[in-house]
Design a protein around this ligand. Structure first.
Ligand code: SAH
Length: 242
């Protein structure tokens, strides 16, 4: 039998710092949400948003961003910056995640396509607000680790596949909403085709190291599309396979 005193002490020393850590992360997350709200209120004109939708703010409060980051980066998980996640890729900046999610105007019955799963963080935020999220990632290792992490956190309404997201995910389309989290030089036609009438697509458009414009495409019930351009953003490029 194991020594009960040692086991007890071991249990406590394992649990307490972890709980303290989670409490600290929650406090940092709250501060981050407030700073995003304040920044957006200041720059509202730049995105056509008056203020951060409280539903989006609550989703940001619920998703543990630190769990989507490499252990070495976790202590800065709630600093409002993009951070490296390996393979030359990044987890998006929380402010940009907030703005892009808000521009989508998600409803609880929506089916969403995400192109560029990366860490899975943006997918989790979408999953808090929509019925189902289909997310496509080009790099197999990232697709696998994002899928695992989303499962471990209990997200049952997200599917991740490895593939070229510029082609969309036709079997599950058309989509109510589409979000691309890598910068495209042009809007991939497959994505426009897989967008449902009444749908919205949010995508950064521009070349790497040049100005990339955060862009919203709306498709009305007749299928007519309109393009709205907001402030510049900086994303890794949408790449093509092979
Ligand atoms: N949404 C992510 C941020 C992703 S960074 C997050 O919340 O962490 C952009 C991601 O797009 C990278 O992981 C990159 O590998 C991926 N990517 C680039 N080109 C792609 C393509 N054609 N199809 C799918 N994913 C692509």
């Amino acid at each position: 039998m194991s020594n009960p005193v040692a086991a007890d002490r071991g249990g406590r020393t394992m649990q307490e710092p972890e709980q303290e850590g989670e409490n600290r992360y929650a406090a940092e997350r709250e501060a981050l949400v407030r700073s995003i709200e304040a920044e957006l209120a200041e720059r509202s004109g730049a995105y056509g948003l008056e203020e951060l939708d409280p539903r989006v703010a609550n989703a940001l409060r619920r998703v543990p961003r630190h769990q989507f980051m490499p252990a070495s980066e976790r202590r800065i998980a709630y600093v409002d910056h993009a951070q490296p996640i390996g393979f030359g890729q990044t987890i998006s900046q929380p402010f940009v995640v907030a703005v892009m999610t808000d521009l989508l105007r998600l409803e609880p019955d929506h089916i969403v396509l995400e192109v560029g799963t990366g860490s899975g963080y943006q997918a989790a935020v979408l999953a808090e607000l929509a019925r189902h999220v289909y997310s496509v990632e080009l790099i197999e290792e990232l697709a696998d680790s994002a899928r695992e992490q989303l499962q471990a956190l209990g997200y049952r309404n997200v599917d991740v596949k490895c593939g070229d997201g510029a082609r969309g995910w036709a079997e599950h389309g058309p989509f109510d909403r589409i979000i691309v989290t890598a910068a495209a030089e042009g809007i991939p036609p497959a994505l426009l085709n897989q967008l449902r009438p009444g749908g919205r697509l949010v995508i950064p458009v521009g070349r790497q190291y040049e100005t990339q414009w955060l862009t919203l495409i709306t498709k009305d019930e007749q299928g007519t599309m309109e393009e709205h351009r907001f402030s510049p953003v900086a994303f890794v490029p949408l790449r093509h396979r092979g």
